[in-house]
Ligand binder design. Structure first.
Ligand code: FE2
Length: 287
């Protein structure tokens, strides 16, 4: 059984894989085709999420950082899908506001990046739009004065984000992953700070999709820039900083971060290509 937030559930899932797969864990890394070695049975797996953000409770992969290279590895197999999920909003009642905000923004990032990801998957896009609406409709209340309705909505939006991102993620997750593996930044916080900048980068060529997102978010203007401004305002409302320098990033970190971001697995699904130079410019802009 896996109980906890995203990290705990991913570790539980890695242990589920480990039970009857005894080779070096990174041999099973999906990014190098290691999923073909996941051939044995796995124990009966049940998940109980205690945060609303990662959606790992409905996922099929465990994302684990390699301590030596700082790169994220993905242990993936459909066999790693939980047999039963107990998604009980009461288990998220005691989350402090900062964790509610950061994990909630992870869920929003999943829905937005999945909606934009370039793979063709209208079903995931429909789920992503509704997931976005649920998260945005509840996150301020969940942070400031949580009630059962807000906590339920956040948990649903979080699971929908994880279901939608079967379609792929994008530039924001590639900006966020190195912050966690290099500087131990909370995953949701790393996404939240980078989200407006990554979304602005994506507007060109995806104007129609930004217009759909703006409609879903009930914004008065249906432009990409209106979506970006909405995200900055939302971060302000839930006490998330606008700048990387406010979450421990220093200028000397930017080059190694850009190297890791460019090597990350998420951005090949971004609607437009992202070069190493783009990553550097995005980090500098967000700094
Ligand atoms: Fe995430």
């Amino acid at each position: 059984m896996g109980i906890g937030g995203g990290a705990a559930l991913d570790v539980a899932r890695a242990m589920v894989l480990r039970a009857y797969h005894r080779d070096d864990l990174f041999k099973y890394d999906d990014l190098v085709g290691g999923d073909i070695y996941v051939t044995n049975d796995v124990p009966h797996f049940v998940t109980l999420p205690t945060t609303a953000g990662t959606g790992s409770e409905v996922g099929r992969s465990a994302i684990i950082a390699d301590d030596e290279t700082h790169q994220k590895k993905i242990l993936f197999s459909p066999k790693l899908l939980a047999k039963i999920v107990f998604a009980d909003p009461e288990l998220t009642y005691d989350l402090p506001p900062a964790v509610t905000a950061a994990t909630g923004m992870d869920a929003l990032t999943h829905n937005m990046e999945a909606f934009l990801a370039k793979m063709y998957h209208p079903i995931c896009e429909g789920i992503a739009l509704e997931g976005m609406a649920l998260v945005v409709g509840a996150i301020r209340r969940a942070v400031r004065q949580p009630d059962i309705a807000a906590r339920s909505q956040m948990l649903l939006g979080s699971m929908m984000g994880a279901i939608a991102f079967q379609k792929g993620l994008g530039v924001v997750h590639s900006l966020a992953h190195p912050l966690s593996s290099l500087l131990d930044t909370h995953h949701g916080l790393a996404n939240a700070v980078n989200l407006p900048y990554g979304m602005r980068f994506n507007i060109g060529g995806s104007e129609h999709k930004f217009s759909r997102m703006a409609q879903t978010l009930s914004l008065p203007e249906t432009t990409g820039e209106a979506v970006v401004q909405f995200l900055f305002d939302l971060n302000s409302d839930i006490q998330i900083p606008h700048r990387l320098r406010d979450i421990g990033v220093q200028t000397q970190h930017i080059d190694p971060l850009a190297d890791l971001a460019f090597a990350d697995f998420a951005h090949p699904n971004n609607p437009k290509p992202v070069s190493r130079r783009d990553f550097k410019l995005l980090y500098e802009e967000a700094w």
